[in-house]
Ligand binder design. Sequence first.
Ligand code: UD1
Ligand code: CA
Length: 458
Amino acid sequence: METAAIILAAGAGTRMKSKKPKVAHEVLGRPLVRWAVEAAKDAGADPIVTVVGHGREQVIPLVEGDTQVAVQTSQRGTADAVLAAKDALSGFDGAVVVLSGDSPLIRPETIREMCALREKHDAAVVVLTMELTNPFGYGRIVRDGTGEVERIVEQKDATVEEAAITECNSGFYCFDAQALFEALAQVGSDNAQGEFYLTDVLAIARAAGRPVLAYKTDDAEQCLGVNSRGQLAEATRVMQRRINDAHMAAGVTMWDPACAYIGPEVTIEPDVELLPNVILMGATAIGEDSVIGPNTRLTDTRVGRGCTVDETVATQALIDDGATCGPRAYLRPAAHLCEGAKAGTHVEIKKSTVGKGSKVPHLSYIGDTTIGEGVNIGAGSITCNYDGANKHATVIEDGVFVGSDTMLVAPVTIGAGALVGAGSTITKDVTPGALALGRARQSEIKGWVAAHPIEKKK
Ligand code: UD1
Ligand code: CA
């Protein structure tokens, strides 16, 4: 059966105490609302409608493109939010899954199971429920004498007896589209919060004689709703464990999985070793046999096979097979270490290529530079790429040796096989194979020190 999804993401999330809308807060680099979108997609839902409202200028860019956007202008409750998606689904006559934009841990297979159960019984709705030892804050599932679901009561409306119920509403549902919109038209706001509750649809559908079912999951963790910063950290911990378990099962070694933070789109080949405190985000990919960390953050960075990346921060960088980085290297966008190249300690590289086997071992800045193969850059050497207004390029051809403490003032080209003496400031192109020196000549006055004794002050 065709399945659409509605993702509720219009609420303010006041308990976050944030200027950012709640659903834009991130778990392992992915916004909460994106987790819901990805779960809906993985469960096969199409179309997907995201209901936005509060802070929508920040939420829309996160979801437009692969979901339709519906606006709930004032946040009058979850039923009102679902109604906001009605026009986007006009003419749709299948199942409608409703997901909360603040619940990132839902498993796609659970959504599929809910939908299968609904279809099997032709139910008006299946609600996903869980048992909690501390149910405070959640809606409670009220069952009748025969154990059938009667209604859901919100925390703030619950009597003492109802509040003692431990079976809770996860906020995930699968509805029959027609039954959903028929019932929504009848939802009122006569409750403790003066809101239109989506949860009221259950009692309304039941009164109309349609089956209303609960699907209780043993994996209550996947139902965690993020309403506070504490719950955001909890969701991060759960997702971190899930992701890291999957990588370990696929052959990745982690000294301490609790100290590895890996985003959902990162790929890691077998026999990679992650040392403590690594953060791998975005479209980062790590090749076989590489050792990453400790204390390393890689974002949208591709690491080849057999690399060592020690205490490194890299963004949009390419590190080819057998290259080494750090300790304490900083690779900025478009830094490219070719096969076997090295960016050593306290080295910053931006928009530059370091050719095969070339080394920048210590204390250097390399920017807007093309370095050929087999080049050695001496300690403390830098490319002076910026004149205060514009950036200029440096070219260092194959086999060049740059002595320590050299300033290469761009634009400048050092010809193949040339040697630049230590301490030089190079402002003109160097001919291939030449020795270039750009430094003051050393002079000496013999006996000067003895002739100028320093008298101590009394
Ligand atoms: C809701 C459920 C509760 C359930 C819990 C599970 C209702 C009335 N209550 O409570 O039974 O146990 O989720 O986490 O549905 N939203 C809108 N527009 C609104 C109001 C909310 O889009 O006008 C969105 C929020 O952004 C959020 C989701 O709906 O993503 C749930 O809203 P929230 O206020 O967090 O509901 P809970 O109090 O958690
Ligand atoms: Ca919530």
